[in-house]
Ligand binder design. Structure first.
Ligand code: ADP
Length: 447
C-alpha cells in the first residue's frame, strides 16, 4: 500500500480524499495556490506545498509544479480529484513517467473518453445504446441540415472536447443552424482550444441517469447502481439522488449490467461513470467520465462503499475487493450542491464566511472546506459545500433534507440553500417527476 499520496486538487474534494487516506493510514500532501494557504485541506494535510499564484493555469493546472512538489515530498501516488487535471491524459502519463502512480485509469482510457466521438464509437462497439446523431465531427453547415432532416429537429451541437455543458447549442430548425454552428464552435474553441463539434438528436424530456462503475484493469468490473442527475441548470448538476425515482427494477438491472460488461471488456481501471439520457424506457449513452464525480457520496450512502478507498486500493494494485453480489443498494440518498451564489440571480458571491454551522444527526453528511472566518477566494468554482442526506425511504430522506437545510448556517456570503429549499417544496419534485429541463422552468430560464 502507498505510504504517502499527493492530492492535486483543492476545496471539498481535497478534504474528501485526505479523509480516505487518513483512514487507510496513508500520509497526505496538499498542494495549493497562494490564494488557498488558509484552506482546510492545507491545514489538515501532513505536508503542504505552494505550487503557484491564484490562477488555476499557474497552480492547480501547473503540471511541472505539481510533479516537483511530488518529488520534494517523496510521495508514491497522486490523486487528481475531479476537474483540473483529473481527465488530462498528458498529466496521467507524466505522473507515471516520474515513477509515481496515477490514481485513476490509464492515459489511453482517459484520452479515449475525453474525445466524445471516440467515446461514442467505443460505447457502440461495447454494445451500449447511443443517441442518434453524426458518426463523427461535423465538417459543414450542410451536414447539420441534412442530419436535422434525417433524424428530425431539434438537434444539439456539442463540443468533441466538451465538459461542463460548454459549447452546446440547440438548433430548432435549418434556419437557425448557421448561427448555432458558429456559436458552438467559438465557445468550444474558447473553452477547450478545439472547435471540433458533433451533432446529436436533442431529446425533448429525458432524465440524466449515470452508472457508477469500478474496474480492476484486468477485466474485472462491477457497477454500483445509478444516480439521477436530472436537476440541472445550464447543463450543470444542482441536486442528485440515488436510486432514481424513474427506474424500475428491470431497467435498473439492465443498464447496470450493460455498464459493468462494458467496463470488463474495456479492462478499465479504477472508478468511472457512464452517463446516459433516459426517455420512454430507453437509455442513450452520452459520455463516460474517467474520474471520481462530485456526486459520488450518494452512491457511497446507498451502498456503504467508500469510493475513494476503492480507487486507492485498485491503484495500489489490489484486486477489486468486491463482487457484484456484495453491492447491495439500501435506502435512498440525495445530495445538494451548495454554491456561493445568489439563490435567484446566481451571481457568484465569494468573500468572508462570518458564521458556519453545518447540520448533523443521523444520515447527514456535509463535505465542505468551509469554516467560520474562512475567506473564499474568487478564482475557483463556486461550489462550497455538499449536503448529503440518506434514509431508509425517499420520503424519509426528503424530510431529513428539509430539516438539514433549515439547520445549515453559512453566514456572510450568499448561498443557494434557499434554492434547494424551494426545489424540495415542489410537488413534482416530491413525486419524483422531473426531467433535465424541469429546474430551468422553475427558475425561469425556460418556458
Ligand atoms: P458535458 O460533458 O459538457 O457535461 P454531456 O454530454 O455530459 O456534456 O451533457 C450534459 C447535459 O446536457 C446532459 O446531462 C443533458 O442535460 C444535456 N444533454 C446532453 N446531450 C443531450 C441530448 N442529446 N438531448 C438533450 N439534452 C442533452
Amino acid at each position: 500500500m502507498f505510504e504517502k499520496i499527493l492530492i492535486a486538487n483543492r476545496g471539498e474534494i481535497a478534504l474528501r480524499i485526505h479523509r480516505a487516506c487518513r483512514e487507510m493510514g496513508i500520509q497526505t500532501v496538499a498542494v495549493h495556490s497562494t490564494a488557498d494557504s488558509d484552506a482546510m485541506h492545507v491545514r489538515l494535510a501532513d505536508q503542504s506545498v505552494c505550487i503557484g499564484p491564484p490562477p488555476a493555469r499557474d497552480s492547480y493546472l501547473n503540471i511541472p509544479a505539481i510533479l516537483s512538489a511530488a518529488e520534494i515530498t517523496g510521495v508514491d501516488a497522486i490523486h487528481p480529484g475531479y476537474g483540473f487535471l483529473s481527465e488530462n491524459a498528458r498529466f496521467a502519463e507524466a505522473v507515471e513517467a516520474h515513477g509515481l502512480t496515477f490514481i485513476g485509469p490509464t492515459p489511453e482510457h482517459i484520452s479515449m473518453m475525453g474525445d466524445k466521438i471516440v467515446a461514442k464509437q467505443t460505447a457502440k462497439e461495447l454494445g451500449l445504446p447511443l443517441v442518434p446523431g453524426s458518426a463523427g465531427p461535423i465538417g459543414s453547415l450542410e451536414e447539420i441540415t441534412a442530419l436535422g432532416e434525417k433524424i428530425g429537429w431539434p438537434v444539439l451541437i456539442k463540443a468533441v472536447a466538451g465538459g461542463g455543458g460548454r459549447g452546446m447549442k440547440v438548433v430548432e430548425s435549418a434556419e437557425t443552424a448557421a448561427e448555432a454552428y458558429a456559436l458552438a464552435r467559438s465557445e468550444a474553441k474558447a473553452a477547450f482550444g478545439n472547435d471540433s463539434v458533433y451533432v446529436e438528436k436533442y431529446l425533448a424530456r429525458p432524465r440524466h441517469i449515470e452508472i457508477q462503475v469500478l474496474g480492476d484493469g484486468q477485466g474485472g468490473g462491477i457497477h454500483l447502481g445509478e444516480r439521477d442527475c436530472s436537476l440541472q441548470r445550464r447543463h450543470q448538476k444542482v441536486l442528485e439522488e440515488a436510486p432514481s425515482p424513474a427506474l424500475n427494477a428491470e431497467q435498473r438491472g439492465r443498464i447496470g449490467e450493460l455498464a459493468a460488461a462494458a467496463v470488463r471488456r474495456l479492462k478499465y481501471r479504477g472508478a468511472g461513470t457512464m452517463e446516459f439520457l433516459f426517455q420512454d424506457g430507453e437509455f442513450y449513452f452520452i459520455e463516460m467520465n474517467t474520474r471520481l464525480q462530485v456526486e459520488h457520496p450518494i452512491t457511497e450512502a446507498v451502498t456503504g462503499i467508500d469510493l475513494v478507498r476503492e480507487q486507492i486500493r485498485i491503484a495500489a494494485g489490489g484486486a477489486l475487493g468486491l463482487t457484484q453480489k456484495d453491492v447491495v443498494i439500501q435506502g435512498h440518498a440525495i445530495e445538494c450542491r451548495i454554491n456561493a451564489e445568489h439563490p435567484e440571480t446566481f451571481v457568484p458571491c465569494p468573500g468572508r464566511v462570518a458564521d458556519y454551522h453545518p447540520p448533523g444527526g443521523l444520515g447527514v453528511r456535509v463535505d465542505s472546506g468551509l469554516y467560520a472566518g474562512y475567506i473564499m477566494p474568487p478564482y475557483y468554482d463556486s461550489m462550497v459545500a455538499k449536503l448529503i442526506v440518506s434514509g431508509p425511504t425517499r420520503n424519509e430522506c426528503l424530510m431529513r433534507l428539509r430539516r438539514s437545510l433549515e439547520e445549515f448556517v453559512i453566514g456572510g456570503i450568499d448561498t443557494t440553500i434557499p434554492l434547494h429549499q424551494r426545489i424540495i417544496r415542489q410537488q413534482d419534485f416530491i413525486d419524483g417527476e422531473y426531467d433535465i429541463h424541469w429546474l430551468e422552468k422553475l427558475v425561469g430560464l425556460k418556458k
